[in-house]
Design a protein. Structure first.
Length: 95
């Protein structure tokens, strides 16, 4: 699994710190997973899959596609949810 976690992180173009922040676990845990010094807990595996839209079977075994296929509506919703919105910017457009 260590190679797949690193491959996923590289595919997402994230540093270990950025990846750790995205899934909400310490950076040193990511380093441990990637080197094989540590095995991810069930909770960590679930977080990786949920936060990164990863196929759990691929993460565990290498079988199947890396990412779960999403509908166009799911892709749009995910994109819109990732856009930071400034409240003051919105207020400036109210007249």
């Amino acid at each position: 699994m260590k190679d797949r976690i690193k491959k996923l992180r590289k595919e997402l173009d994230l540093t270990q710190q950025e990846f750790a922040d995205k899934i909400g676990i310490p950076r040193d845990s990511i380093g441990g997973y990637e080197t094989g010094r540590r095995n991810p807990s069930e909770a960590a595996i679930s977080l990786i899959c949920a936060k990164c839209n990863v196929n759990e079977e691929w993460l565990r075994t290498g079988q199947g596609e890396m990412f779960i296929k999403r509908t166009r509506d799911e892709q749009i919703a995910s994109f819109i949810g990732s856009i930071p919105v400034s409240y003051t910017h919105l207020r400036a457009h109210e007249t």
